[in-house]
Design a binder for this molecule. Structure first.
Ligand code: LLP
Length: 462
């Protein structure tokens, strides 16, 4: 067994603040608090597992993106729109907060579009993405007069034009579209979340003049307004240079289109993908610094090319919501397991798992955790945090030192679960999806309620 000599009641290990919500703190008893509420009270009032979302942190991140990018790009003469990527986590409340902080909302399905519209986000401030949009999704987007539809293939350009015509959009107000371009820049935390290299399903490639041809194809449709080109190179990117290289390629494409047709794209979307810290050793992207670097690149490349600076948009998801949220679990079975080499690993089972966080199983994503209801002993054990699903890969944290006295009934808090946690949650094993509880200024409210067995059974029509 790994660990350290017992030292009785320990001083609480400090919070690694960059991994936790900004209002997270510890009481003198080592209990975790969020926006002034103790983990114990939150668990008592809302049950576990539960996603606890720090509203102020969400608003601060949204505003940081808006202010940093507006200021940086303002200095090179460009305006900026920040679209919150709803796929990371979307609910009516967060869509409203995003809007109140000056962000627009990026959606990629009819479902996400429906949530944004229900939140009262005006169509003009919504974008619709997707590599395989249905006719119905496109028509709903056209009817909602969304600010842009990002077309993903040649075939879709014709289809959007046809549906625009069917919706009576010829002649008058044209449907604003962007073309999704893959630039060959490969970046991101895992192969499955890198999106702009060649052998994958998104967008139209720069190679062989395909992206240029797609932009020209849009220009030939009188029902469509060519707003710009769009690119997104991956997710959980820690390397700022990848964003800059990508921006250069997009600006070159814009100049090429102008040379070929005389049409200068008014906008470029440089996507999302900014990395955050999941474990203490991760270094999150420095948002203001990145905004300045990107703006410098855009400003200087446009000067070299002799073009005006385009309006810029970006689509951060994870980096707005990821660090705002902590998952609270209750510890159940604690089982020491002797390994082949004679060492012992303590399996700590919690009351959720791969149904509320699929990222470790899907991307080998790493997380950290701490006891949330007390300090625990100074002596630690080598532990693995696992869920309650009937699957050995149901692992939340593969290797972590936890207080040796971790016991049934303790609360365990896992930070940085705001992005792609609840949004990728499933009902595997008919486990009920957890609620999302927003906390702010000492008050908590449910913004997405816990699923019930009635919800499950109502879908099963026999
Ligand atoms: N824009 C587009 C077109 C995207 O495809 C994505 C993410 C984003 C923006 C937002 O990226 P973010 O800033 O959140 O990194 N489920 C994976 C991430 C998939 C990302 C898909 N697209 C994960 O859990 O890591």
């Amino acid at each position: 067994m790994s660990g350290h000599p017992a030292a009785g009641a320990a001083a609480a290990r400090p919070l690694e603040q960059h991994v936790w919500p900004t209002t997270a703190a510890l009481t003198t008893d080592g209990e975790l608090t969020l926006a002034g509420l103790t983990a114990t009270d939150l668990a008592r009032d809302f049950g576990t597992p539960a996603f606890v979302l720090d509203e102020q942190h969400f608003r601060d991140r949204a505003r940081l993106f808006r202010d940093s990018f507006s200021e940086a790009f303002g200095s090179v003469g460009a305006e900026v729109d920040v679209y919150y990527a709803g796929k990371s986590f979307l609910s009516v409340a967060v869509a409203r907060w995003a809007r109140e902080e000056g962000l627009r909302v990026d959606t990629c399905t009819g479902g996400e579009l429906a949530v944004a519209l229900r939140a009262g986000v005006p169509g003009a401030e919504i974008g619709l993405h997707g590599n395989n949009k249905s006719d119905d999704e496109i028509t709903r987007a056209i009817e909602a007069e969304v600010g842009r539809i990002v077309v993903d293939s040649f075939a879709e350009i014709d289809r959007v034009a046809e549906l625009a015509r069917a919706a009576g959009r010829d002649g008058g107000a044209r449907v604003p579209v962007m073309v999704r371009v893959t630039t060959g820049i490969h970046a991101g935390g895992h192969e499955f979340i890198s999106t702009a290299h060649e052998d994958q399903k998104f967008g139209v490639s720069l190679t062989g003049g395909q992206a240029l041809a797609a932009l020209q194809a849009v220009l030939e449709h009188p029902e469509l307004e060519l707003l710009g080109a769009h690119t997104h190179i991956g997710s959980q990117i820690q390397d700022a240079a990848a964003f800059e290289a990508n921006a250069r390629k997009m600006l070159a494409l814009r100049a090429e289109l102008q040379a070929a047709t005389g049409y200068l794209l008014p906008e470029l979307d440089l996507g999302g993908g900014y990395g955050i810290a999941y474990v203490p050793s991760d270094v999150p992207i420095d948002v203001p610094a990145l905004a300045r670097d990107l703006a410098d690149v855009v400003g200087s490349v446009c000067a070299e090319l002799g073009t005006t600076v385009p309006r810029i948009s970006i689509e951060p998801g994870r980096s707005v919501v990821g660090s705002t949220t902590v998952t609270l679990y209750t510890v159940g079975v604690v089982k020491p397991v002797t390994l082949e080499d004679g060492s012992v690993r303590t399996y700590v089972s919690v009351d959720g798992g791969m149904s509320d966080n699929i990222r470790p199983a899907l991307y080998e994503a790493e997380y950290t955790a701490r006891l949330a209801n007390r300090t625990g002993s100074a002596e630690t054990v080598a532990a693995r945090v696992v869920g309650k699903h009937c699957e050995s890969g149901d692992i939340v944290i593969s290797d972590i030192e936890l207080p040796a006295d971790v016991a049934r009934g303790d609360l365990l808090a896992v930070p940085a679960t705001g992005a792609y946690g609840r949004s990728m949650a499933s009902n595997y094993n008919h486990v009920l999806r957890p609620p999302v509880v927003a906390v702010a200024d000492g008050a908590a409210r449910v913004i997405v309620r816990r699923e019930t067995e009635d919800d499950l059974l109502s879908l099963d029509v026999g």
